[in-house]
Design a binder for this molecule. Structure first.
Ligand code: NAD
Length: 306
């Protein structure tokens, strides 16, 4: 297929690469020229705007930080909707609020296009390996249509229900993730302060009831998991500011639903503190710095230390 792909960050770049590997013709756009060049080197075509990426495309994908970016990429004068042909489906894999998804779907429908929310889970490792989970919101027919495209980038493609329900699933998942990461950070730091070797403690947790993705794949203590961002100075993973955004989506949605999120609200404040200290671009597992060095130099990417 001819696919327009907009947003080549930590997630979008490896996802677009997997579309190329699957034999699709991919036309890419990002505000960052270096990110575009890297994809061109891998076989993609560069587009000068979202409109150009969408022109002649048979499917358009967006992978952007937040709803405001998706809105501008869709509806600016040189946006996707200015170039896309009628009947072509837009798949948005960014994590955004369900209400914005519905508004974008209505906007796209007025142009004769379907808009499907398909946020992902699996991190940058899953994006590179093509093993992401896609949580798809939209009609059954839209789901069937996008499934083969998403299969080039993921291994679990789940139809969650109507438009916006993919984001509901994603927001609830990241609510758990933000809380478990803070919990693992707290426990690993306590173990360090009490004198147990971090690798021994990590190994025990990972074969015990405390085991979770935050402990066995993304452990925040440097040196416990070789492939985790903590072991490379908290770079190249899932940014603290993105986690803060997602917990904001959860607490906003909870207010709307009159539903309490006690732990989510507390976790939100921890990531807010990290962001305020200048660590918003570090991987969210850097939250452990609040425990190990009291966040005094939270933006320092050397792993901190008590
Ligand atoms: P990122 O910040 O690494 O990348 C975002 C990219 O979008 C950047 O390259 C930026 O230049 C580009 N961009 C921003 N505004 C643009 C515009 N107007 N036009 C074109 N390009 C624009 O973010 P990411 O980590 O790739 O995450 C993208 C989305 O996926 C977010 O919503 C995030 O919450 C979600 N997500 C991230 C992860 C992860 O592990 N990083 C996992 C699951 C979901």
């Amino acid at each position: 297929m001819k696919i327009g792909f907009i947003g080549l960050g930590n997630m979008g770049a490896p996802m677009a690469r997997n579309l190329l590997k699957a034999g699709h013709a991919v036309r890419v756009f990002d505000l960052d020229a270096q990110a575009v060049q890297a994809l061109v080197d891998a076989g993609a075509q560069a587009a000068g705007s979202p409109k150009a990426a969408a022109t002649d495309a048979e499917c358009v994908m967006t992978m952007l930080p937040a709803a405001a970016h998706v809105r501008s990429v869709l509806s600016a004068d040189d946006g996707v909707l200015a170039g896309i042909a009628k009947g072509v489906t837009i798949i948005d894999s960014s994590t955004i609020d369900p209400a914005s998804v519905k508004a974008f779907a209505e906007l796209a429908a007025r142009h004769g296009n379907s808009f499907v929310d398909a946020p992902v889970s699996g991190g940058t490792g899953g994006a590179a390996a093509g093993t992401l989970t896609f949580m798809v919101g939209g009609s059954a027919s839209a789901y069937e249509e996008v499934k083969p495209v998403l299969a080039a980038m993921g291994k679990n493609i789940v139809h969650c229900g109507d438009t916006g329900t993919g984001q509901v699933a994603k927001i609830c998942n990241n609510l758990v993730l933000g809380i478990t990461m803070a919990g693992v950070a707290e426990a690993m730091s306590l173990g360090e302060a009490l004198g147990i070797d971090a690798k021994v403690l990590g190994g025990i947790i990972n074969t015990s009831t405390g085991r979770c993705w935050s402990s066995d794949t993304y452990n925040p203590m440097p040196g416990v998991i070789d492939s985790a961002p903590s072991t490379r100075g908290y770079t190249g993973g899932f940014g603290t500011d993105l986690m803060l955004k997602d917990l904001g989506l959860a607490t906003d949605a909870a207010r709307f639903a009159h539903q309490p999120v006690y732990l989510g609200a507390l976790a939100q404040q921890l990531y807010q503190t990290m962001s305020s200290k200048g660590a918003g671009r570090l991987d969210f597992s850097a939250v452990i710095k609040l425990y190990r060095d009291d966040g005094r130099d939270a933006s320092n990417s050397n792993g901190g230390g008590a």
